[in-house]
Design a protein around this ligand. Structure first.
Ligand SMILES: C[S@@+](CC[C@H](N)C(=O)[O-])C[C@H]1O[C@@H](n2cnc3c(N)ncnc32)[C@H](O)[C@@H]1O
Length: 234
């Protein structure tokens, strides 16, 4: 799957998430055996949010990262969930009940917040989808306060190990079929492994975070090296 331009990829991603929004959460749980919940929990813990803090969940989708922040720290002063696919956030709003997420339509390359607004800015499974990873990271750094954290959870390019090859088989052969059954959109789940194959390796993503001015960049590998959580400090 190749895109001829950045705008073609942006439009594809936006329309694809709109099509799968109604089955997105179910497919995540099935595809990861429920592990995705644990990964988001870990990311929010690493955000080290202070009481009364401000948190931005970039590419919030159906809101799982934002909800987890409120679960771990119910007294946060502000939790924003921002995304450019409104049907994803609509599903999130339906699930939110009384949880006070401020849903915001926004492109991650142009966040509608002043500099130094948030104590932590996190994105779950966004970066493979953006057309300019460095620009997205720079924008996340911009809206983080000095000393605050930027966190990135994603599926990097699979490692060239026996487990990586098995994972690639699962991702390319099984996931699109599962996705077709559950969401009726097998092409969306063909795009998913392709986006991982063409994404950065974990050390490359760490270097890119440093290149936009983040300090103390660290990452840890999850799920036998197939999922990565990166953390940097502004
Ligand atoms: C795989 S979902 C992740 C949703 C959620 N963060 C999670 O952990 O489940 C990726 C989300 O990124 C959003 N997205 C992709 N590119 C974006 C962009 N340039 N600006 C804003 N949102 C974007 C999509 O609309 C989608 O909701």
């Amino acid at each position: 799957m190749t895109f001829n331009s950045a705008s073609e990829k942006r439009q594809y991603v936006n329309a694809m998430f709109a099509r799968i929004a109604h089955r997105y959460d179910l497919m995540n749980r099935v595809m990861t055996g429920g592990q995705d919940v644990r990964w988001r929990r870990l990311m929010v813990r690493k955000a080290a949010l202070p009481p009364g803090g401000r948190f931005l969940d970039v590419a919030t989708g159906t809101g799982d990262v934002a909800f987890e922040a409120l679960r771990q720290q119910p007294d946060l002063a502000l939790v924003v969930g921002a995304d450019f696919t409104l049907p994803m956030m609509y599903v999130g709003q339906m699930r939110a009940a009384a949880r006070p997420v401020r849903w915001t339509g926004a492109d991650t390359l142009c966040l509608p917040f002043p500099d130094d607004t948030f104590d932590a800015v996190a994105s779950g499974f966004l970066m493979r989808n953006v057309t300019d990873v460095a620009a997205a990271l720079a924008e996340q750094r911009r809206v983080t306060r000095p000393g605050g954290r930027v966190l990135v959870l994603d599926v990097p390019r699979p490692p060239d190990t026996p487990w990586g090859r098995l994972f690639r088989f699962y991702f390319h052969q099984i996931v699109p079929r599962l996705g077709g059954l559950i969401s009726g959109q097998p092409d969306a789940y063909t795009y998913l492994p392709h986006s991982a194959d063409t994404f950065l390796r974990p050390n490359e993503l760490a270097a890119m975070m440093e290149s936009v001015g983040l300090r103390h960049v660290r990452y840890q590998m999850l799920m036998l090296g197939t999922v990565a959580l990166h953390v940097g400090v502004k």
